[in-house]
Ligand binder design. Structure first.
Ligand code: GTP
Ligand code: MG
Length: 291
């Protein structure tokens, strides 16, 4: 009998959760950026090995804030924790443990019998994995710990072995060749958002959302897809568009180039920038965006 388990990847913003998910799955499943709170959904990535199957659930970075938008993201983390068999707590060894780590430790206490802690970014010259390890040993004694680099793919096989040790016998939930269950429409929106965030990282990455409008198949098999890039102010709209449209053109070209690698049909994008000052407070919009 193979083993199988659902595994939530949790940790504070920018600890490298999505980088790890992609490295484990061997494909770009979730978008990645140096900007905290890049991930805004529970994103599934699937790893199938001779031992069985692990279904990873990447979650938004756990960030303490009372804003409606951040609260929704926090709820996703709590929900993911309640739905999985194993929790993989990813810690950033380049940063000192702070209030977010404390809050996560409180959340994770009741999961300590099915918890693995991965101390990430050990490749970074600024990392202090031993300090982090001492801190965690004093708080969550029971949990197994491992030092990894998601970026340089160090110790990932050992991490998978630890996870399979905790997993129980069970069915394979997905076909062996599937590495994510995300709809193409969502993946395209995420790639567009990643490129838009990277192009505007000094000014407004958090103010950006991307919403699907419509799509159609062309006779040559390509997909023509229309998306809105939502920002909060007119000044931000000008930044996303850029001089003579140069920024939005780069966003579109970079997204199309990456999509060409992800899908076996060409995706042509039509992007429009829309201003909505309140999108981060709008229940309906958040409900359609955060899931
Ligand atoms: N040096 C180093 N950098 C890493 C490593 N893993 C991730 N990073 C970097 O950390 C930044 C954040 O990575 P993400 O994977 O987006 O982090 P995240 O935890 O998913 O962030 P949120 O979705 O915002 O919570 C990026 O710049 C990554 O390149 C690592 O092992 N070593
Ligand atoms: Mg992420």
């Amino acid at each position: 009998m193979p083993k199988s388990a659902f595994v939530a990847i949790v940790g504070r913003p920018s600890s490298g959760k999505s980088t790890l998910l992609n490295a484990l799955c061997g494909a770009k499943v979730a978008i990645v950026s140096p900007i905290p709170q890049t991930t805004r959904n529970s994103i599934r990535g699937i790893v199938t090995r001779p031992e069985g199957q692990l279904v990873f659930v990447d979650t938004p970075g756990y960030h303490l804030s009372d804003r409606k938008f951040n609260k929704k993201l926090q709820e996703l983390v709590v929900q993911a924790l309640s739905e999985v068999d194993i929790v993989l707590y990813l810690v950033d060894a380049t940063r000192d443990p702070g209030p977010e780590e404390e809050a996560l430790l409180t959340l994770l206490k009741e999961h300590s019998n099915h918890l693995i802690i991965a101390i990430n970014k050990i490749d970074d010259a600024d990392s202090k994995p031993l300090i982090m390890e001492e801190f965690l040993a004093s708080r969550l004694k029971e949990a197994r710990r491992i030092k990894i680099s998601a970026l340089k793919q160090q110790n990932l096989d050992q991490l998978l072995s630890l996870l399979f040790e905790l997993a129980e016998e069970g069915p394979l939930w997905y076909p062996e060749d599937i590495y994510t269950d995300q709809e193409p429409v969502f993946r395209i929106a995420e790639i567009v958002r990643e490129k838009a965030m990277l192009h505007t990282r000094q000014e407004l990455p958090h103010a950006i959302a991307v919403e699907y409008r419509e799509s159609s198949r062309k006779p040559d098999g390509s997909l023509l897809a229309r998306y809105d890039i939502i920002v909060e102010r007119d000044s931000q709209k000008a930044i996303v568009i850029g001089k003579k449209g140069s920024v939005i053109q780069s966003i579109r070209e970079e997204a199309e180039a990456e999509l060409a690698e992800l899908f076996d049909y060409p995706v042509k994008l039509s992007l429009q920038v829309v201003v909505d000052p309140d999108w981060r407070k709008d229940d309906k919009r958040l409900a359609s965006m955060i899931f």
